[in-house]
Design a protein around this ligand. Structure first.
Ligand code: FAD
Ligand code: NAP
Length: 308
């Protein structure tokens, strides 16, 4: 029986493991289906992690984490978790292999993944001008023009955020109407340096080995427009990695938001005793490494408190 099972080994899961084991929990296993480190390992540059003064790659940032986090006894099992159940006092963690592991507490840290829009050049220039994170990459385009794709709350909020850093923001949306909240639409429209490019999609993003040079949009009449921007931010929805919480009858193990994120309180407690969530999987996550790590620490301290 584990004292604590941690599902996911990104910044949230690793930090939860560090705090849980250093804080005295004995049997703690982190189930991570890939290499520990999480999605930041795909980033070519990160400059907003406190204490790391130079711009480093995500890989460089995360490289020392597993060794430090496992120093106090955290175990890593490289395995995909299929489902987490609770019948009675304890949890059952069911792995893709069919193996079942019992645990007294569980922290879910499986993250969420931005969807790709599917235009030409998106994958080629991802991380080299195409981004899904304005907080992470907006500053690289200070006083420059950028484009944003999408018409939901995220796209509009991030377009407003970017408009405070960049000289101009082109907001490209495939329809006339936005699906964002009315107040967010009003806020967007109050920004003089945001230009709406409506009824339009991205045909392709082009550039060279230095990065993106521009984006070609096409409207419903087939008219093309060449926006010479070095950065394009896509916000076309998120896949929340909540599958492990889905039960056999289709319900979730704990309360979820309408968008599929785990509802937690400020202690990272879910609606189910002994189950915690940390990082990008939780409601209102700022989706930053420093925040995910902070969440992991909070959740672990709560798991320790519950075990005393
Ligand atoms: P994740 O990092 O997503 O980790 C979740 C882990 O869970 C993954 O390793 C995954 O393999 C594992 N997992 C999922 N499902 C299962 C399962 N069923 N079984 C076992 N394991 C599972 N943040 C910043 O602060 N600054 C930046 O500059 C920055 N740049 C970014 C650039 C890019 C390209 C991307 C993609 C993200 C960037 N972020 C940045 C955001 C940052 O990466 C996330 O906020 C952070 O990684 C979230 O951590 P997490 O631990 O919650 O989730
Ligand atoms: P979303 O609401 O699903 O919006 C995605 C947007 O991207 C839509 O406008 C969609 O266009 C567009 N889109 C999807 N696929 C596309 C493609 N391949 N090419 C071009 N455009 C594409 O996603 P989200 O904005 O990330 O929000 C997710 C959920 O979180 C939403 O329910 C949202 O309300 C919520 N949220 C809330 C807040 C808040 O309350 N402050 C903040 C952020 C997010 P169509 O409109 O034509 O479908």
């Amino acid at each position: 029986m584990l004292d604590l099972a941690i599902i996911g080994g990104g910044p949230a899961g690793l930090t939860a493991g560090l705090y849980a084991t250093r804080g005295g929990l004995k049997d703690v296993t982190m189930f991570e289906m890939g290499l520990p480190g999480g999605q930041i390992m795909n980033s070519s540059e990160i400059e907003n992690y406190p204490g790391i003064k130079e711009v480093v790659t995500g890989m460089e940032l995360m490289e020392p984490w597993p060794e430090q986090c496992m120093r106090f006894g955290l175990k890593h099992e490289m395995a995909e978790v299929k489902q987490v159940k609770k019948e009675g006092e304890n949890f059952t963690v069911i792995l893709a292999s069919g193996k079942e592991v019992e645990a007294k507490n569980v922290i879910i840290c499986t993250g969420s993944t931005p969807k790709r829009a599917g235009f030409e050049g998106e994958d080629e220039f991802f991380g080299k001008g195409v981004s899904t994170c304005a907080t992470c990459d907006g500053f690289f385009y200070k006083d420059k023009e950028v484009a944003v794709l999408g018409g939901g709350d995220t796209a509009l909020e991030e377009a407003v955020y970017l408009s405070n850093i960049c000289s101009k923001v082109y907001l490209i949306h495939r329809r006339e109407e936005f699906r964002a909240a009315p107040s967010t639409i009003e806020h967007l429209k109050s920004k003089e340096n945001i230009e709406l490019v409506l009824n339009s999609t991205i045909k392709n993003v082009y550039g060279d080995k230095m990065g993106v040079n521009g984006v070609l949009t096409v409207d419903k009449e087939g008219k093309e427009r060449d926006l010479k921007v070095p950065g394009i931010f896509t916000f076309v929805g998120m896949n929340v990695n909540n599958g492990v919480l889905k039960q056999d009858d289709g319900s979730f193990l704990c309360e979820m938001s309408a968008y599929g994120e785990v509802v937690v309180n400020l202690s990272m407690k879910t609606s189910l005793d002994g189950l915690f969530a940390a990082g990008d999987i939780r409601i209102e996550a700022p989706k930053q490494v420093v925040c995910a790590a902070g969440d992991g620490a909070v959740a672990a301290l709560q798991a320790i408190a519950r075990s005393l």
